[in-house]
Design a protein around this ligand. Structure first.
Ligand SMILES: [Zn+2]
Length: 103
């Protein structure tokens, strides 16, 4: 189970986008990387196609999971994520600051 999931809101803690917040669009589990909305933007020139006029596009490049912290949806703080087991055996994430479960 991963610490960061799609649709989580994270804050960047290192690199050129330090301090930026965004929603996780995609998780790349094999590389321990994520794609975060409006973070690590690169400009890409694209050729026009039948469905697309082309031009300069801004796309998000993946960043390493270690460069972000989850923003806890309960206490709204950047936090570390812990794991615990529920009585039914399911593993859940929790916020190490406020101890609330994060679904
Ligand atoms: Zn919290």
């Amino acid at each position: 189970m991963k610490k960061i999931k799609k649709k989580d809101v994270v804050i960047v803690i290192s690199g050129k986008d330090k301090g930026k917040k965004g929603e996780v669009i995609k998780v790349l589990p094999d590389e321990d990387k994520i794609i975060v909305s409006r973070v690590n933007i690169v400009k890409k020139h694209t050729r026009p196609t039948q469905t697309d006029p082309g031009g300069i596009k801004e796309i998000e490049k993946p960043i390493h999971i270690s460069k972000v912290k989850l923003i806890c949806p309960k206490c709204n703080q950047p936090t570390r994520v812990g794991f615990k087991f529920l009585p039914d055996g399911n593993k859940v994430r929790y916020c190490k600051k406020c101890k609330e479960m994060i679904m």
